[in-house]
Design a protein. Structure first.
Length: 219
């Protein structure tokens, strides 16, 4: 019986970025600095002016400019509102190549993403997002979010809603979700699903980081 060939880094990802600790740190720093630039590129590629985007979001053109220049980090809800307004998946704000076809990495047709190859992006309140999907995933956003103690998806107490259907699993810590009529507290191993059109607010009322994996399915 023929044994399958081992999947090694050099053959599958010959041009992959460094995945040692220093390389991962470089990737994270680049992700933090470039989220605004990615938003700007997405907006310009779709022929939408900063003023038009601001009007859709209900904020000032100056606020859009500050986000795109990295002067101000958007909240989670603001980032989702921006990607919805631009008609792109949330993961497009993490990686501008996320909506382009990716060549399968091996003869078996899989697409591989090594640890450290996808940078985190850090938003307002210190909430960080990391894309988990290797390659393209049309109609699906799959990502990890980390909420530090006291952090929230929205800067105020307001609930927000967006497009799609959301499924989440808490990996570590404790994450609280407020709905209009009730509050749900999720701990490690708990999972939840709901239409994103239902107003909600995610926040961490615990004393350790809350880590969750999210799948958003778009119509």
């Amino acid at each position: 019986m023929t044994q399958p060939a081992a999947v090694d880094d050099a053959r599958v990802t010959p041009d992959a970025p460094r995945t040692d600790a220093a390389g991962a740190a470089d990737a994270v720093g680049a992700g933090e600095a470039s989220v605004g630039a990615r938003i700007r590129d997405l907006r310009q590629s779709r022929g939408i002016s900063a003023r038009a985007l601001a009007a859709t979001l209900g904020i000032s053109p100056s606020a859009v400019s500050q986000i795109e220049r990295g002067v101000m980090q958007p909240s989670v809800s603001r980032l989702i509102a921006i990607t919805d307004a631009l008609g792109v998946p949330l993961v497009a704000a993490f990686d501008p190549a996320s909506d382009r076809p990716v060549e399968p990495a091996g003869p078996s047709g899989f697409t591989l993403q090594r640890a450290g190859q996808t940078p985190d992006i850090v938003l307002d309140s210190g909430v960080s997002f990391r894309r988990l999907t290797p390659g393209t995933s049309p109609g699906i956003d799959y990502f990890e979010s980390i909420y530090p103690p006291g952090a929230a998806a929205h800067g105020a107490d307001d609930l927000f809603h967006h497009e799609g259907y959301e499924v989440g699993t808490v990996v570590a810590g404790e994450l609280t979700i407020d709905f209009e009529a009730e509050r749900v507290v999720l701990r490690a191993g708990d999972a939840i699903s709901y239409p994103c059109s239902v107003p909600h607010r995610l926040h961490n009322t615990g004393d350790t980081d809350a880590v969750a994996h999210w799948l958003i399915v778009h119509a």
